[in-house]
Every structure is written in structure tokens, then in C-alpha cells.
Write a protein that binds this ligand. Structure first.
Ligand SMILES: *Cc1c(COP(=O)(O)O)cnc(C)c1O
Length: 371
């Protein structure tokens, strides 16, 4: 079965007369629990919830996973993965150009508990050089925001040969864009606040694993730490899955057209989109990605020109986050923490009409440079 079909029914109970397709959210802090609680699937709202189970089953289906655990945010999913796999004295090898929040979490917090954090860039599979003695290899491909790509299969094999586990942050491609567990990863971690749900209206994350034993450990972490998601968010996420294929294909089609347009502009520099045949990452990306995603990055000459461009765009929300149906962009350096230029723009292409977007960008660029 193709993913476009699978997303429509993923995680739904079998059809039954008089029953809705997707059962509504179950709002429960507590469940009625007589006598010996042993054997009851649902005991307390922090520990389990039937709405979580439906969504987790759906995601496992899409990620080709043995188990999936949903968390209150992407960063909670990342913390759980680091938390269950690392102990004092262990080494984790992280991408120096990956998501800022993961780097801060590993280097600012887990290092305090005795974890040794090593960094190398995503490009040229440079993390491979640091694997000796490592317990966990953390990958992010394409990296956010620079959109460099590494060879996940090759790095996973090298890490396993050293006895290390492999986790991939798959937030940028989403479950339909790339399947890290099929490429050899042990953990597939994702922020579902982005493409997977796609409407910029909730915060959620998940971890999918190839060995169900890790699923149990992640569930225990969620219950102990309390990174439990709200049933409404999980239900909205499950509802949004049905349109994931339609949304993402439209976004990727638009992103390619816009990348081609940006490539034709003399005032746009260092354009990156893994779907562009001229992109340095295109060859590896084509081998391991099914869809190249909605995120495009580029540089304008200065902070001023980037700010003017964003102010002049009429169809772009200036927002941090990506992957939604609305086109968004931001001058990434306004946050600090990434090795990027002042004029660096991260653009996330939405589901609008591509020609309308190109017209808008074209006018906004002309006006940014005429001032
Ligand atoms: C947004 C993001 C996260 C964090 O997810 P939240 O849902 O915001 O907690 C982690 N990794 C990547 C690559 C992201 O883009």
C-alpha cells in the first residue's frame, strides 16, 4: 500500500456500524479502576490515554516502526531519547549544525550529568570521525537550518560497528519524506509541531523505534518525567495525518518551483534546496529521501536587505517554525546560536499557488534592493 492511501486510515479502529471513523479525543485525568490495577491498559492520565494509542499506531505504520511514543513536544521527544540511551561517562556525537535546541539540551544539560558531547558538521559525513567509543550517534538530515545532508545508511553502519546506537531527528523531512528506521536508525525522533501536523496550531513530538524494548523505556520516561501530551493536541495531529500526503506534495512541488525562481535571481546567494539537481546534497538526498520537503534556505546581501525582503512579502508570515500550509520565513540570525550570515533566510513553502508566491517574492526582492 502507498503512503498516500495509508495516511487516510492509519491508526483507525476497524469500521463498525454506527461508529465514527476517528474516535473523538478522550479527556481523562483518571480512569475508573477497581481493586487490583494490574491488567488495566488505562490507569492515570499521565501514564496512558486511548487517543495517544491511536496516533502512536498510525505513526508506527508510517515510520515502519516496532513502537512509537508520543510526547508533549519535539524537544520532549529528544530529551527522552537522550535520557533513555545515555548515562554518565557516555559519549554522544551530535551535528554541530543541527537544531539549536538539541545542541543546547545535550551540551547545556546532559553534559552536567556527565555525558560527553562531541560535535561535527552534517556535511561530508564528518560525524563518522568521532565515533570511537561513542554510545549514541545523533543525526539530523537535512540539517536545520543549513539543509546539509549526510548518508544515514553509511553512518548508521559505521556507528553500529562501533557499538553505538543511532538516532535521527527527522523533523525536516517528516514520516513521508524519509524513513530513518529503514535506513538503519534505532530511534527516529520528530517534532510533530511542523510538517506532520502542518497547521501551526499545536506543539507535539514522537519517537519511533525499531526495537519495541526501547518503546517501553520511552513510555516509562514519559510517565516519570511527565512529558505527557494533551489529548486534544494528539487528536488534532491524528486528524491532520489524513492530509499529510496532499499537503506535503503540494509544498514540495511549490518549493522546487520557488527554488528554481530564486536560483535565477542575481541578488540571491548560497541557495540550498536538496530537491534542486544543482544542490550539493541532491545526490545523497535522492537516494534516501522520498520527498525533499518544504524548506528552502538562501542568503541576501545584508541584514537590512533580508529585513526589507521579509517586510515587503505579502504572502509570507514572518515566523520561526516551518512545514505548515501557510508560507513562513524568517531571518534566522535574529535568534543567534547558528553559524549563519546576517542575511540568511529560512523559507518554508506552504500550499498557496506557486505563481502567486513567485510574484510576491519577485516584487519583494526588487523593492528590497531598490531602497
Ligand atoms: C522544531 C524542531 C525541534 C523541536 O520541536 P518542538 O516541537 O518545537 O519542541 C526539534 N528538531 C528540529 C529539527 C526542529 O525543527
Amino acid at each position: 500500500m502507498n503512503d498516500a492511501t495509508r495516511v487516510i486510515r492509519a491508526g483507525l479502529a476497524p469500521a463498525a456500524k454506527g461508529e465514527e471513523f476517528l474516535r473523538g479525543p478522550v479527556f481523562a485525568g483518571a480512569y475508573h479502576l477497581e481493586d487490583d490495577p494490574e491488567g488495566s491498559a488505562f490507569s492515570y492520565g499521565r501514564t496512558n490515554n486511548p487517543t495517544w494509542v491511536g496516533y502512536e499506531n498510525a505513526i508506527s505504520d508510517l515510520e515502519h516502526a516496532a513502537a512509537t511514543v508520543v510526547f508533549s513536544s519535539g524537544i520532549a521527544a529528544i530529551a527522552a531519547t537522550l535520557g533513555v540511551s545515555l548515562k554518565p561517562g557516555d559519549v554522544v556525537v551530535m551535528p554541530s549544525d543541527g537544531y539549536y535546541g538539541s545542541r543546547v539540551l545535550a551540551n547545556g544539560f546532559f553534559s552536567k550529568f556527565g555525558v560527553d558531547v562531541r560535535f561535527a558538521p552534517t556535511s561530508d559525513d564528518a560525524q563518522r570521525e568521532l565515533l570511537k567509543g561513542a554510545r549514541l550517534l545523533w543525526l539530523e538530515s537535512p540539517s536545520n537550518p543549513g539543509l546539509d545532508v549526510c548518508d544515514i545508511r553509511l553512518l548508521a553502519e559505521a556507528a553500529h560497528a562501533e557499538g553505538a546506537l543511532v538516532a535521527v531527528d527527522n523533523s525536516t523531512p517528516s514520516p513521508l519524506g524519509q524513513k530513518p528506521l529503514d535506513l538503519g536508525a534505532d530511534f527516529n525522533v520528530s517534532s510533530d509541531s511542523k510538517i506532520t501536523t502542518g497547521h501551526a496550531d499545536l506543539i507535539l513530538g514522537h519517537v519511533s523505534v525499531s526495537d519495541a524494548t526501547w518503546g517501553g523505556k520511552l513510555r516509562e520516561w514519559r510517565a516519570r518525567v511527565g512529558s505527557a501530551p494533551g489529548p486534544m493536541e494528539v487528536w488534532l495531529a491524528h486528524r491532520s495525518l489524513a492530509t499529510l500526503d496532499v499537503r506535503l506534495r503540494r509544498q514540495c512541488g511549490n518549493a522546487l518551483l520557488i527554488a528554481e525562481f530564486l536560483a535565477s535571481r542575481k541578488d540571491v546567494h548560497r541557495l540550498r534546496y536538496p530537491g534542486l539537481p544543482s544542490d550539493p546534497a541532491h545526490e545523497i538526498a535522492s537516494r534516501q529521501m522520498k520527498l525533499f520537503g518544504p524548506v528552502v534556505s538562501f542568503e541576501l546581501a545584508s541584514r537590512k536587505s533580508a529585513e526589507l525582503f521579509l517586510r515587503n512579502c505579502k504572502l509570507v508570515y514572518e515566523a520561526t517554525s516551518f512545514g505548515g500550509v501557510h508560507t513562513t520565513a524568517e531571518r534566522r540570525a535574529r535568534w543567534g546560536g547558528d553559524k549563519i550570515s546576517e542575511g540568511f533566510i529560512r523559507l518554508s513553502v506552504g500550499c498557496e499557488d506557486a505563481q502567486d508566491l513567485i510574484h510576491d517574492f519577485s516584487e519583494a526582492l526588487d523593492r528590497a534592493y531598490s531602497k
